[in-house]
Ligand binder design. Structure first.
Ligand code: HMG
Ligand code: MG
Length: 298
């Protein structure tokens, strides 16, 4: 069980990419200011994908141009190809996050290519980003289940993970894109992967569809994983994964970790305040448990 954990905040990207109403650029900038002020050291700000595919994040360059950067905080972005990397480098990102899926159908729906055809697209992105001295994270989506295929073969997870690591990525984030994982499966997948991949390189990215995300984090902790993705207010989802719900809420993860004596360096109350502020921006209640308790008390 790790004594401290790194939380990687994906709310501004994974959270806002799935909002039906586009959040104004100035509110995104204010969201990132608030997150930067909470002690978080990793914030995924936006994504340089094709804006026709994800209109909600079409203002990625403007957001990067307008955010105030805090020393010691890494501001990253999702990048699908060399065109995206060009835009990300112009925006002066601190870190690059590439992504693909372990299941063929989701990969095709999400990035318009087969798994095999995706490697030659991502490989030069990793190479150029590393040449620029930037850290690169690789997301593998649909690790625990696919919205189109159901069960996903562990061999496919291993294959995609290895190929990304061979390209030179620094970290692998295993995505439960549609939130179907259960703790025993998390343990099994990590045990299989860590026979060949160092545990320190693995992060976990849970969506919260069936209420198992916190239990999955517990399983991850027990397998020695110490990097977890989360989104303030539990926003999120992939528009190309039907049934995907929000990410596990950052404030709920902090609640559990802090009371287990695990340090994160993140101020729980500042994240909770940000979730409350976000409700005004998006015009509805967020799904986190912490926020529901706070609303009930006020
Ligand atoms: P494509 O249409 O096959 O791309 O899309 P293309 O290379 O054939 O190019 C077509 C046109 O798009 C061209 O313009 C390109 O310039 C333009 P035209 O010549 O026709 O005028 N284009 C771009 N423009 C701006 N920025 C770019 C870019 N790339 C091409 N980067 C592509 C392929 C991958 C780009 C597209 O499918 C795409 O953008 N997909 C992104 C989908 C997405 O963002 N999904 C959500 C994120 S993944 C996720 O949420 C999961 C995760 O959270 C983990 C988990 O939960 O599992 C990470
Ligand atoms: Mg996600």
């Amino acid at each position: 069980m790790p004594k401290s954990v790194i939380i990687k905040e994906v709310g501004p990207r994974d959270g806002l990419q799935n909002e039906s109403a586009v959040v104004p650029t100035e509110d995104k900038v204010e969201l990132i200011r608030r997150l930067s002020d909470s002690g978080l050291k990793h914030i995924e700000v936006s994504s340089f994908v094709n804006p026709k595919w994800i209109p909600a994040l079409a203002d990625a360059s403007d957001v990067f141009a307008q955010i105030e950067r805090k020393d010691g905080v890494l501001y990253s972005a999702l990048v699908p190809n060399e065109r995206g990397l060009e835009r990300a480098l112009t925006a002066n990102v601190d870190a690059v996050n590439i992504f693909m899926s372990a299941s063929e159908s989701h990969n095709r729906k999400n990035i318009n290519k087969s798994i095999e055809d995706t490697f030659p697209v991502l490989s030069p992105v990793v190479k150029s980003a590393k040449n620029q001295g930037l850290p690169v994270r690789g997301y593998v989506s649909t690790v625990f289940g696919c919205p189109y295929e159901g069960k996903v073969n562990i061999e496919s997870v291993l294959n995609v993970s290895h190929r990304l690591l061979e390209m030179g990525i620094d970290e692998l984030s295993l995505g439960d894109t549609i939130g179907v994982a259960v703790p025993s499966q998390v343990t099994e997948v990590i045990e299989k992967l860590t026979t060949e991949i160092p545990r320190e390189k693995i992060a976990l990215h849970f969506h919260a569809t069936y209420g198992t995300a916190m239990a999955n984090i517990w399983a991850g902790l027990n397998s020695g994983i110490s990097i977890f993705d989360a989104a303030v207010g539990g926003l999120g989802g992939c528009p190309y994964a039907p049934g995907a719900s929000g990410n596990v809420a950052t404030e709920d993860v902090l609640y559990m970790l802090h009371r287990m004596g695990i340090e994160t360096g993140v101020d729980e109350s500042k994240i909770l305040d940000t979730a409350a502020w976000l409700e005004k921006v998006i015009g509805r209640n967020v799904a986190s448990n912490m926020r529901a308790v706070q609303r009930g008390a006020s």
